[in-house]
Write a protein that binds this ligand. Structure first.
Ligand code: PLP
Length: 390
């Protein structure tokens, strides 16, 4: 059976070059980057070089890069590191749970939180962020690209609103990194989190951009690593892997790889939309009014239970998911789709296709062979279809 992976927003495979770059730091060059002997110096040099690469990736100074364990830690650090009891915090109702659960905890400790809802097309209106501002607003946190719909948020405009109000601005760029260029100077954010495993790097590694002068409390305390902003022995192989993945991503942002994969996503989407009772959550390629990352399309299939379709497609070798990987297995419909105004049935009937940048025509051909079959099969079994579809 053919195997096609269309769940890149859940995670991506390590590129062979990334594994090769990491390999020495597990074995020969295993030193602790804080040790003063030669092995330690080698590890320190590798971390310093990786920091330079990430600075290039973010368009910031090397000293503004903090290595950590990934997107969840970066998001948690932004919220817990800045928001205090009595502060007001603005975020959106379509954020990843790493921000939403942190917001809930901040609220339980005496902060107030405003959750700005998206428009039905999945876009946050910057004016809604402006309207949510209060005199005690301390932080605004908005994602760069949504993990379920791929919709790219207007972070530059929100950055201007934050700057005019003198409010700190954090961006969860986990799903944008490697898919669109990131320039923290242009966006004007104070904090920005990324995760290596979403961009062909290792799991459990990430980075947080922290603008110089941002009064961020560290989440982890202990040693004086990362200029006291993140205690804990550096994960040298992970950091080297993240830097290699970032270096490769900077090339693929420019060499046409992503445009080629976007064309595949568009073909997949357009063909699926020819099936009756289907539609895109977040603006299809053919309408063009909603900016999306190159690889994602979120499609609803009437009279189909999304979870059943995921399983049916998995049995045919096509791996994808109903929404966020963190919530798969949950019977709750996606909070993102619900926030966009879908009813529970349609939210449950939605599937996220997220292609790897290495996706091929043959992958799409195969998906286009099995998806219509699986949908037709499930619809034939559906009690709703039996009663109404005719
Ligand atoms: N933020 C977004 C938008 C994500 O999609 C994810 C992962 O799914 C995370 C944060 C969490 O990142 P990590 O898996 O590195 O903790």
């Amino acid at each position: 059976m053919r195997h096609v992976y269309m769940d890149a927003n859940a995670t991506t495979p390590l590129l062979p070059e990334v594994l090769e770059a990491m390999r020495p730091y597990w074995i020969e060059d295993f030193g602790n980057a804080s040790s003063i002997h030669l092995r330690g110096q080698k590890a320190r040099k590798a971390v310093d070089e990786a920091r330079e690469t990430l600075a290039e990736f973010f368009h910031c100074r090397p000293a503004e890069v903090v290595f950590n364990s990934g997107g969840t830690e970066g998001d948690n650090t932004a919220v817990f590191g800045l928001v205090r009891p009595g502060d007001h915090f603005i975020t959106t109702s379509i954020e990843h749970s790493a921000v939403l659960q942190a917001a809930q905890r901040a609220a339980a400790h005496g902060a107030t939180v405003a959750y700005v809802a998206p428009q039905p097309n999945g876009l946050i209106d910057p004016e809604d962020i402006r309207r949510a501002l209060q005199p005690n607003t301390r932080l605004i946190s908005v994602m760069l690209a949504n993990n379920e719909t791929g919709v790219i948020q207007p972070v530059e405009e929100i950055g201007k609103i934050a700057a005019a109000a003198g409010v700190f601005f954090h961006i969860d760029a986990v799903q944008g990194a490697g898919k669109i260029p990131i320039d923290v100077q242009r966006i004007g954010c104070h904090l920005l989190s990324i995760s290596a495993h979403k961009m062909h790097g290792p799991k459990g590694t990430g980075a947080l951009f922290v603008r110089r002068g941002t009064p961020l409390d560290s989440l982890m305390v202990g040693g004086s690593h990362e200029r006291r902003r993140r205690a804990g022995t550096e994960n040298v192989p992970g950091i080297v892997g993240l830097a290699k993945a970032a270096e490769i991503a900077m090339h693929t942002l420019e060499d046409g790889t992503l445009q080629r994969a976007a064309a595949l996503r568009n073909r997949l989407e357009a063909s699926i939309l020819e099936l009756p009772g289907t539609g895109v959550n977040g603006g299809a390629a053919h309408d063009g009014s909603v900016p999306r990352v190159f690889n994602t399309t979120n499609i609803w299939f009437d009279q189909v239970e999304g979870e059943a379709l995921v399983i049916a497609l998995d049995l045919k070798g096509v791996a994808l998911s109903g929404g966020s990987a963190c919530h798969s297995g949950s019977t709750e419909p996606s909070h993102v789709l619900m926030a966009m105004g879908l009813d529970k049935t349609r939210a449950r009937a939605s599937l996220r296709f997220s292609l790897l940048k290495t996706a091929t025509e043959a992958d799409v051909d195969y998906a286009l062979q099995v998806v219509p079959e699986a949908v037709a099969h499930l619809r034939a079994l559906s009690p709703v279809a039996a009663g109404t579809a005719g």
